[in-house]
Design a protein around this ligand. Structure first.
Ligand code: SF4
Ligand code: SF4
Ligand code: SF4
Length: 166
């Protein structure tokens, strides 16, 4: 189970102005350092995304905002980019999964299963708890990091964690 973790020990992808945290990179992209080195900030990927989840983040570099919706992995951003920044031939598109934070309504005794409904790969399950409401549990292997659950959570209780690569 991957719920209510000590987030101070995790590397969250909730970056942006003033947060001091890394931003959510686009799928299949090179490292953020390489990306900011080579990206021309032309905005072609921003305009290409049919889900409208790519925004101009710090410094005008494109990043994903999962509060706007999920990535469908359509590949349009990669196709639109003229620079060698995307490697869509690599799988998976990114190494990340979600975590449920203490603000989750189910942990507060309020019925909610929005994230389960919003998860297309069915990576979220609710298991009964002794003396409490069922709370969300993640099947990390099934989570593709699409962000569909992040967008639908009514209290912004879902964070995205980057998996460190060996
Ligand atoms: S893969 Fe498609 S949905 Fe995902 S960020 Fe790129 S253009 Fe948007
Ligand atoms: S949608 Fe948010 S508040 Fe509702 S159960 Fe899932 S994590 Fe908790
Ligand atoms: S990030 Fe996507 S696959 Fe993972 S739990 Fe959320 S909706 Fe499901």
């Amino acid at each position: 189970m991957d719920s209510t973790p000590d987030l101070s020990r995790r590397r969250l992808l909730r970056g942006g102005a003033g947060t001091g945290l890394p931003v959510q990179a686009l799928p299949w992209t090179v490292s953020w350092a390489q990306f900011t080195d080579r990206c021309s900030r032309c905005g072609d990927c921003v305009n290409a995304c049919p889900e409208h989840i790519i925004v101009n983040a710090d410094g005008g570099f494109p990043a994903i905002d999962f509060t706007r919706g999920a990535c469908t992995f359509c590949g349009d951003c990669a196709m639109a980019c003229a620079e060698p920044l995307f490697h869509p031939e690599t799988t998976p598109p990114w190494h990340q999964h979600v975590v449920f934070e203490h603000a989750c309504l189910a942990y507060q005794g309020v019925h909610c299963r929005s994230c389960e409904d919003g998860c297309e790969p069915a990576a979220i399950r609710f298991s009964p708890r002794l003396g409490g409401l069922a709370v969300p549990e993640l099947n990390k292997d099934a989570c593709n990091g699409c962000g569909g659950c992040v967008a639908v959570c009514p209290v912004s209780a879902i964070g995205m964690v980057k998996e460190e690569q060996a």
